[in-house]
Write a protein of this length. Sequence first.
Lengths: 195, 208
Amino acid sequence: MPWTSEFDEDLPLIQAIQGGDSYAFGELVRRHDRWIRGVLFGVLGKSDRLDDVAQQTWTSMWVRIGELRDATKWKSWLYRLARNAAIDAGRDRTRRRKHAKASAAQAMAGVGERGEPGSPESSLAKSEASREVLMAIEALPVLYREPFVLRHLSGWSYREIAEVMNMPVDSVETRLVRARRFLRESLADKLESLR
Amino acid sequence: MKASKTNLETLISKRLDGLLDENDQLVLDRELIRDPQARQMMDAYREADGLAARALDEVVADRSDAIDPQAWIDGVSQQRGASPVHRGWWLVPGSIAAGLLAILVNSLTVAPPPSSSIQMARGPQVTHVTKPQPTMGRVVPISAQPRQGDVMRNASMAPQQKIRRDTSHNSYGIMGREGVLYWIEVDRMRTIKRPNPKANDHPVLHEM
């Protein structure tokens, strides 16, 4: 793979982590936490549990680093860890949502996805405009949202996205076009007011 | 040549990502100059993209000051009691214990050969069962039931395993494919080492 065979400045960190170096682990987290959160948001489509799931992903990496056979492929491996953590968190969210619905009659009125007490979603969206846009991104099909978020948050090339997502570069390109079209259409009537 | 809407969207998307090559750049620029709707579309895409980028930045705002990876590791270590590099430490004593257990089981199921001063110079071959050689012994098919007095340690004994010894010949029981037990008596060949002052002399073989 051309991408993985290029010089990777993070490779020494990965090798140090494999040797149990916690300082290297901290450094890797600081360098790559942003795109990990991007992957999580891309899969989850919600931002309220990003901190928890990101921490789960990183601790999982620390615990399972012994399973990484080829250190040069650490990014794809970490991407899969993050993605699986997000999928698990999504299942957990669905379970909680069902539970909340089942107990809605007994519980206080208004308990639900958007009305969960203590949800930090509103605090994450600092402005009304951002909240509107964020809702539009959340509404994207996960198929399109994932590469779109990765592209915006990590700045990866199409090839890099294609490699971690294990798909052809053309598919990444197509999905990005569709994500943008979807976003433009859903924000079309709001663009004026959002300016 | 006029670009289709899909093609135009693709070109715009690639430009927003900064990935347009020179030819595509020319095609898009020509389209934007020629078609006001294309310009409008380009503006709308650029605006939506910028807003999305800002919103996503807020979602994953830089938390490098807030996060403490060392504390995460400490938490994991407390839960698991070991760092990842030391997870396999128990494999070494575990392997040794398994090896010792295997040796113990082996020694209990396979009896040691009877102690004797007689040493076998060579043993009979399995192929002798189907093509017995007169010089090595004789093959006698018998019923699966061993004769009285024969010593068979257990039913799962390997075909070549010796089941009776005496001073003149060895007896072997071999189960054939058709279920017939072949009883093979093989003349014993012994090695007797005579005391010899000349060190270079080889032992003399005597066949009994």
